[in-house]
Design a protein around this ligand. Sequence first.
Ligand code: AQP
Length: 341
Amino acid sequence: MPATAFTPRVFSGIQPSGGLTLGNYLGALKRFVDIQNDGKQECIYCLVDLHAITTWQEPDDLVRNTREAAAAFMASGIDPRRSILFNQSQVPEHTQLAWIFNCVARMGWMGRMTQWKDKAGKNAENASLGLFAYPALMAADILVYHATHVPVGEDQKQHLELTRDIAAKFNHDYKIDFFPITEPMIEGPATRVMSLRDGTKKMSKSDASDMSRINLSDDADTIALKFRKARTDAEPLPETYGELEERPEARNLIDIYAGLIGQSPDSVMTEVAGQGWGKFKPHLAEVAVETLAPITGEMSRLLGDLAEIDRILIDGAARAREVAAPVLARTYEIVGMISPR
Ligand code: AQP
């Protein structure tokens, strides 16, 4: 069934597999806040701790990163009274629906996922089964809420296509229009923020090099240092964005700048054309600090009361379950599972 036939509802999530980065902020968080403030759709945002453990997480780190991510959401503008904010493991309907989807999705579909190939690498035999099945759990995260729209960065596009395939196959196999064919929302200039050390690699919270990313917890000096050391070429900035086609590191810094100031990369070029890196990089760092410093400050304030963060997450999970439980119950019925009436 097309998404338009359902109540408009947005779902998205972020893995607490490390501290959040500028990539997570521009590609996801900033847009989550805009959508919430638009007020047109119900918003459900999730810290996907079950996804995080598909690669090894130290338990104490996972607890800390989950609370830090919750603080980052709220410090960025997510209001837990207007949006539902919770951690995935507290809503068991996600994993229950994921099992059904494990039986709908095909091995071949999963094997073609580029994130699986990238993360498992040449050592696939040693990767966790969870990492392979990750996209089926992601489909369950979305479809257990009958979510119609999912804001994500470019890197998640393939997983969303798979979510649509799973919904369509379920509807087809059980001859019922039950799950929506969810629409991805991949918009804006910074849907793919790249590493500051390698313009062909995504900025990632689990990259071995801390210099490759801006963390939401970085202070002003660290941000300035990381942009100063960011890899670039020797050429000044050209007149047009199109001329950056073969200059991935330069293009990345322009995309980041455009994302931060909320303009298109084309219009940014008219402002910066002809500038050398000695001028552009300090300006970029200044703009990044202006945006991130209030968020970092608010995050540390919120992290001063961990019990309150936990309370907000538990409350969010209870509200999420109110939406998820009837969808799961109906799914069980459709599949043919006997359950209490
Ligand atoms: N570099 C990025 N540019 C734009 N968007 C990004 N996102 C992540 N990195 C970038 C978006 O953030 C949301 C949450 O992603 P995630 O943290 O759940 O998973 P990920 O995409 O695997 O992010 P990382 O940082 O690379 O995590 P690790 O290192 O743990 O694998 C998604 O909407 C994603 O598109």
